[in-house]
Design a protein around this ligand. Structure first.
Ligand code: RB5
Length: 146
């Protein structure tokens, strides 16, 4: 599986911790974020990962800024994206199970490295439930784009 990751200047160290964690598990990770500590506008980072997932350059995405909120708002403006901002693994699990979130977001100023790894693992290890009501509700979300 190929996973995209994007970030602003607030999340470089956490991004590399996540990349190392995922590569050690055998995932291929594509870096769409900044590697500079110069201020980098999170809407650019969110748009980039949103477009990469939309265009199927990667199977899914991880987006990290200071809070995780700004980058998730930006990624969610790209059609086809369901980016969920979470701060603990239970929400990460449930947003894949029920919402089929295709991008997971969190904040480098909010969660520590171990919680971030647990979030990513819970989200990647969980399949979409696929039950009728969840399929219908996800479709209802996507129909709002039309
Ligand atoms: C950057 O200072 C900060 O605003 C950004 O990382 C993020 O928290 C926005 O939502």
């Amino acid at each position: 599986m190929k996973i995209g990751i994007s970030n602003d200047h607030a999340a470089i160290d956490l991004k590399y911790a996540i990349i190392n964690h995922l590569e050690a598990k055998g995932y291929e990770v594509v870096n769409y974020g900044t590697d500079s500590t110069e201020s980098y506008d999170y809407p650019i980072a969110g748009k980039r990962i949103g477009e990469a997932v939309r265009d199927k350059e990667v199977d899914c995405g991880i987006a990290i800024c200071g809070t995780g909120i700004g980058i998730s708002l930006a990624a969610n403006k790209v059609k086809g994206i369901r980016a969920a901002c979470v701060s603990e693994p239970v929400s990460a699990y449930l947003t894949k199970l029920h919402n089929d979130a295709n991008i997971i977001c969190f904040g480098a100023r909010i969660v520590g490295e171990e919680v971030a790894k647990a979030i990513v693992d819970a989200w990647l290890d969980t399949p979409f439930d696929g039950g009728e009501r969840h399929v219908r509700r996800v479709k209802m979300i996507m129909d709002i784009e039309k």
